[in-house]
Design a protein around this ligand. Structure first.
Ligand SMILES: C[S@@+](CC[C@H](N)C(=O)[O-])C[C@H]1O[C@@H](n2cnc3c(N)ncnc32)[C@H](O)[C@@H]1O
Length: 472
């Protein structure tokens, strides 16, 4: 077969990435695809993971593009549709776009869906010319506009941000935001979103690196590199497939039943990371409603402080609802791929992929295989509690049946979560302290976990309710 992967033009003749693309290029039967999975070295050590629009904005716990790329190439044909119901910064969608597959991305985090939209929206050369002219005018006035700083602080979408930056920085960031609003008013919505992602990325760098950075220089450099990314992408993509990005809840997908050919996703981890906190300042500056996201975020850990195992049943309930939705929208016989690492609660190891595999069987998914991969320890992180994540699991399931339950069926969700929690309690009764990570809890402390799990089992009916988080 003639090698026609346009994406390969990105990489030099003899690079790892190019060789890998060549090795998985072709048309595969389902069974052949599964065989190929066994031969892949999943660590992808030394591979480039940051190219084209993947570089636009940092995002915690994203997965490497080679994972969705592999499943897209092996298990879909051109113009079929790939879904990521918790798409984060859009890694799956970019790979679908580069390989001429239609895609749908969904994430409740408004910043995530904005980044995903911008990374997958090609922009015309003339539009960029207009944009750059506007920025050139803005640059001339940015230094002179300090007089407006008090007025600008008063106009900030949220006053909290005025506490972390000095007056010069605030004035400049607000000057940029005002220019972007003007661009929107003049009817250039895609450029407005493009500029907001550049602004958000600039704010992120300021928060991460502290002061001493020239704001306009940082913003303009970001804009330039993003424009280059989109221009390169424009040259590579010949037919633009459909891309749809939704800011919504994975437990209630706005996606048609039986319409998807492949799902590749990496859900949040339990007790690992509050996404809304990581992006708080960017979101505040962009005027995004992070409170709504905080209430519906799966896996957030800022509640149930007295009994952390209640977080686990809440998480399993949320993930089970999302899996019911994944089953509903996926076509029969197609694959649902979930990438997740282990986490830890009160010194106990939480192997999420095992819970997902077991819960999947209740709703018409057949676990086909679980792939273990080491990951670059310096890259993926969660919270201080858990530390860096050093491995992850790729759970591959096939939809063999339509589920006849609804993601809103609290009784069913409750029953399945109870079954999982009871199994978990039995394991802890046999062995405690499965994730001590160098700490030294006493035996009594570890045995208390069994009582806490029993207590968490009692409160499942209230803890799995959507939005019961208001009362936590
Ligand atoms: C591990 S990240 C996904 C990263 C993604 N694979 C990437 O490469 O960027 C998990 C995502 O789940 C999202 N999420 C959390 N709760 C959600 C919910 N209720 N509905 C949809 N997405 C949610 C978070 O906002 C986060 O972006």
């Amino acid at each position: 077969m003639i090698y026609d992967t346009k994406q390969a033009t990105l990489f030099g003749e003899k690079t790892l990435e190019r060789k890998y693309l060549e090795s998985i290029n072709g048309e595969y039967s389902f069974y052949r695809g599964i065989e190929v999975l066994n031969k892949i070295v999943w660590d992808f050590k030394d591979f480039t993971t940051q190219y084209l629009t993947h570089t636009f904005h940092s995002y915690p716990a994203r997965f490497i593009p080679q994972i969705p790329l592999t499943f897209i190439k092996l298990f879909t044909k051109e113009e079929e549709t790939v879904l990521d119901p918790m798409c984060g910064c859009g890694t799956t969608l970019i790979e679908a776009l580069l390989n001429n597959r239609n895609s749908i991305g969904n994430d409740f985090n408004p910043l995530a869906s904005l980044i995903t939209k911008v990374k997958t929206t090609l922009i015309d050369e003339n539009e960029f010319r207009y944009f750059n002219k506007k920025l050139a005018v803005m640059k001339r006035y940015l230094d002179m506009d300090y007089r407006k700083v008090d007025e600008r602080i008063n106009n900030l979408p949220n006053r909290k941000v005025s506490k972390i930056f000095n007056r010069v920085v605030i004035s400049k960031l607000e000057g940029i935001r005002e220019t972007l609003l003007e661009i929107k008013e003049e009817g250039h919505n895609d450029l407005f979103d493009f500029g907001r992602v550049a602004l958000s990325s600039t704010i992120w760098s300021l928060v991460e690196n502290g002061g001493g950075i020239d704001v306009d220089d940082l913003f303009l450099k970001k804009v330039k590199s993003m424009q280059n990314g989109l221009k390169k992408m424009d040259k590579i993509i010949k037919n633009i497939p459909e891309v749809k990005v939704i800011c919504g809840d994975a437990r209630k997908l706005e996606v048609e039943t039986n319409s998807i050919d492949l799902i590749v996703t990496s859900p949040p981890y339990v007790n690992a990371l509050d996404y809304y906190r990581v992006h708080m300042y960017n979101m505040l500056w962009l005027g995004m409603d992070f409170d709504l996201f905080r209430k519906h975020e799966i896996g957030g850990h800022s509640h149930f402080i007295a009994n952390r195992f209640r977080l686990l049943s809440e998480y399993l309930g949320d993930m089970f609802r999302s899996m019911i939705e994944m089953n509903r929208v996926l076509k029969k016989d197609k694959l649902c791929v979930m990438v997740v690492g282990n986490s830890s609660l009160e010194y106990e190891l939480i192997e999420s992929h095992k819970f997902f595999g077991e819960m999947g069987k209740e709703i018409g998914f057949k676990p086909i295989k679980t792939i273990f991969r080491n990951i670059d320890k310096t890259k993926k992180y969660t919270s201080a509690d858990i530390g860096k994540i050093d491995d992850e699991y790729i759970l591959v399931m096939q939809k063999i049946d339509n589920t006849n339950v609804s993601a809103r069926d609290d009784n069913f969700i409750c029953e399945v979560v109870r079954g999982q929690m009871m199994k978990f309690r039995e394991q802890i009764k046999k062995v405690q302290g499965t994730s001590i990570r160098g700490r030294k809890p006493t035996k009594e402390r570890l045995l208390k976990n069994i009582d806490k799990i029993s207590e968490a089992i009692q409160t499942i009916p209230q803890d799995i309710k959507i939005c019961s988080c208001n009362n936590k």
